[in-house]
Write a protein that binds this ligand. Structure first.
Ligand code: GH3
Ligand code: MG
Ligand code: MG
Length: 358
């Protein structure tokens, strides 16, 4: 096994001697991390996401049961397998640990061979579960994350953004005139194009927390935690540019000679949108605007970003967008088609749609 594939075990014991014995035992087979109290355990579990935690029960700051409760309460660490290693060997102690959700309970003094066998057994269960999770989370055609995975991650990131007050951005990407593409080139060619577009979108995601998913049909969603409207806009824009640069010929498109996409996004800036569903809907409204505005473009709802000074509408012209419409200095609402580099201009908000963003 290469170091990348080696599984991580966090050993927790307030006694340095115990930590050392277990570390010496496990080091040849696994990446070993150490913690000497409850606080360190929670911090390291969150930071390193170990595959397994060997958890002492009796510790001065926080007992092992409490540590396990807290691990289970955090969506990030909820699924980490835990084996208690404890000097308390009464059946009720063991039962209490297992009831809390520990995978196993080993009494001290332990037998090294038995510890190794149990650790190996539980890590194999973890490995199998990961394989199943990966399959359950992947879209079969594109191999991007699927809708179920997106919904799960979105929920976690939404809660995190609420707690931290950091921005969270989400964007829809929808292929333009894809029905015509299928009609013109055939469904198998459509599948190949969809795969190429999905792969390109996935490759543009740079940060580990960014997520590209296929939400359904020819619609992708991008989730960008801790990303401002400006940065998210730039990222989505680069995704659209990269897709156009694939230069997949589309003779039947009403937009461009190659396959293009439209995108709509929204950013939650500290309380600017009430619910995860509302933000998703807001991004969808922007996608609709991008389609209505001519396709092959990105539109953004700027939330609470500063709005530009509004000019009085000229007689007979379209009404100015309302305060919640996406046009802002911070995140331009509509740029020129991705396929025309260097011609970035603000486009007007179509009057039929002005004020549809809520
Ligand atoms: P618009 O620019 O307004 O988005 O037009 P469109 O033709 O892309 O959108 P519409 O919703 O009318 O049609 C979506 C098309 O996407 C029709 C459907 O057959 C195609 N599609 C959806 N999923 C797949 C897929 O997995 N493979 C292929 N080849 N085509 C798909
Ligand atoms: Mg102890
Ligand atoms: Mg489409």
């Amino acid at each position: 096994m290469t170091p990348v594939e080696m599984q991580k075990v966090l050993i927790v014991d307030d006694d340095a001697g115990n930590r050392q014995v277990l570390a010496d035992l496990l080091k040849p087979e696994y990446i070993v991390l150490l913690a000497k109290n409850g606080v360190q355990t929670l911090e390291r579990a969150c930071r390193h996401l170990p595959d397994l935690i060997l958890l002492d029960v009796m510790m001065p700051d926080m007992d092992g049961y409490d540590v396990l409760r807290r691990l289970r309460a955090d969506p990030q660490t909820r699924h980490i397998a835990v084996i208690f290693i404890s000097g308390m060997d009464r059946p009720e102690d063991e039962a209490a640990g297992l009831t809390l959700g520990a995978a196993d309970y080993i009494a001290k003094p332990f037998n090294a061979t038995v510890v190794m066998a149990r650790v190996a057994l539980h890590l194999e269960v973890v490995r199998q579960r990961r394989i199943l999770e990966r399959l359950a989370h992947a879209d079969v055609l594109t191999e991007l994350a699927n809708r179920r995975r997106f919904d799960e991650v979105y929920d976690v990131e939404w809660q995190r953004a609420r707690r931290s007050g950091k921005p969270l951005s989400v964007a829809w990407i929808d292929i333009d005139c894809f029905k015509q593409y299928n009609d013109h080139y055939g469904h198998p060619a459509g599948d190949r194009a969809l795969r190429a577009i999905a792969r390109t979108a996935g490759a543009c995601m740079r940060r580990p927390a960014d997520l590209a998913a296929r939400y359904g049909g020819e619609e992708l969603v991008l989730l960008m935690p801790d990303t401002s409207a400006n940065d998210a806009y730039d990222l989505v824009r680069s995704v659209c540019d990269a897709i156009a640069a694939l230069d997949i010929a589309h003779a039947a498109s009403s937009v461009a000679p190659m396959l293009t996409v439209s995108a709509g996004g929204a950013t939650r800036i500290d309380g600017s949108i009430e619910t995860a569903a509302a933000m998703f809907e807001a991004a969808d409204v922007q996608l609709y605007r991008a389609k209505k505005g001519g396709r092959n473009r990105v539109e953004w709802r700027a939330g609470e970003a500063p709005m530009p000074a509004q000019e009085a509408p000229a007689p007979g012209s379209a009404p100015a967008p309302d305060a919640m419409a996406p046009v802002s200095a911070a995140a331009p609402a509509v740029l020129a088609p991705a396929s025309v580099p260097g011609q970035e201009t603000l486009a007007p908000v179509p009057d039929a749609l002005a004020g549809t963003a809520h």
